[in-house]
Design a protein around this ligand. Structure first.
Ligand code: ATP
Length: 238
C-alpha cells in the first residue's frame, strides 16, 4: 500500500473538519475524493502533505508513519502537492518555477532534472512555449498547468491534485483530465480532489465520498458514477 490513512481527525480550533476518516491508495491508482463545499477535501489533502496537524489517527506512506513528519520532508519521500488556487511563484519564469519543484530532490543537480523538465514540457506544450514568461502574467489555466508541472518536477510517487479543473474553460478541463490520466499511465499514483465529480469518477480507479468531514461511501469510480444516489447528489441527477 502506498498511502494508508487511519482514523484521521483534523480540527480548525473547535471545528471538526475531518472526523475518523480512513482510506488507502495503492501504487498506480487514481483515487478521488468527492464532496460538497466544506466537506473536508482540501483539509484531507493538506493533512497528507503535512500542512495541517493531525488531532487523531495515523498517516503511513510506504509503511512508514509520517503523521508527525514536517511538510518539507514529505517531498523527499515522494509526496508532492499541486495546491488549490495554483500558488505559482508569480515573479519567477515558467522554467524557474519548474526548477523550484525539484528543490527537495537529492539528484537536483543531475541531468535527470532536464529529462523531467522535458517530460513536463511534453505533457504541457503551452509551458514549453512560455518557458521564459513570468508566471504572474500567465492566464489562470496556464498557471494551473504550471502548478501541476512544478509538482511533477519533484518526481513524486504520489501526486496530490487539489481542484485541478477549477476555473478552467470546458475544453481545457477535458485536456487537464487527459493529462492526469497520462501522468498516471506514466507511473505516478494520484490523489485527486474535484468538484467536477463526473470527470473525476470517470478517471478514477476508486473514489471516496466525503460528507461533512466523514467518509460515507467508497467504491470503484465506475460503480459510484452509476449509483443513483451519487448521481442525484453529485452528478446533477443525469
Ligand atoms: P471546497 O470544495 O469548498 O474547497 P472542501 O471539501 O475542500 O471544500 P475544506 O476546505 O477542507 O472543504 O473545509 C472543511 C471544513 O473546515 C469547512 O467547514 C471549513 O469551513 C473549515 N475550514 C477550512 N479551513 C479553515 C480555517 N482555516 N479555519 C477554520 N475553518 C476552516
Amino acid at each position: 500500500m502506498l498511502l494508508e490513512v487511519d482514523d484521521l481527525c483534523v480540527n480548525y480550533g473547535r471545528i471538526e473538519a475531518i472526523r475518523n476518516i480512513s482510506f488507502t491508495i495503492d501504487e498506480g491508482e487514481i483515487v478521488t475524493l468527492i464532496g460538497a463545499n466544506g466537506a473536508g477535501k482540501t483539509t484531507t489533502m493538506k493533512t497528507v502533505s503535512g500542512l495541517r496537524p493531525v488531532r487523531q489517527g495515523t498517516i503511513k506512506f510506504q509503511g512508514q508513519d509520517i503523521t508527525a513528519m514536517p511538510p518539507h520532508e514529505r517531498p523527499v519521500l515522494g509526496i508532492a502537492q499541486s495546491p488549490e488556487g495554483r500558488g505559482c511563484f508569480i515573479g519567477m519564469t515558467v522554467q524557474e518555477n519548474l526548477d523550484m519543484g525539484a528543490y527537495a530532490r537529492p539528484d537536483r543537480k543531475s541531468p535527470k532534472i532536464g529529462q523531467d523538465r522535458d517530460r513536463v514540457f511534453g505533457l504541457f506544450p503551452r509551458l514549453a512555449e512560455r518557458r521564459t514568461q513570468v508566471a504572474g502574467t500567465m492566464s489562470g489555466g496556464e498557471q494551473q498547468m504550471l502548478a501541476m508541472g512544478r509538482a511533477l518536477m519533484a518526481n513524486p510517487k504520489l501526486l496530490l491534485l487539489d481542484e485541478p479543473s477549477m476555473g478552467l474553460a470546458p475544453k481545457l478541463i477535458q485536456q487537464i483530465f487527459d493529462i492526469i490520466t497520462e501522468i498516471n499511465n506514466q507511473g505516478t499514483t494520484v490523489l485527486l480532489v474535484e468538484q467536477n465529480a463526473a470527470q473525476a469518477l470517470k478517471r478514477a480507479d476508486r473514489a471516496y465520498i466525503l460528507e461533512t468531514g466523514e467518509i460515507v461511501r467508497e467504491g470503484s469510480g465506475k460503480e459510484l458514477a452509476n449509483d443513483p444516489a451519487v448521481k442525484a447528489a453529485y452528478l446533477g441527477g443525469d
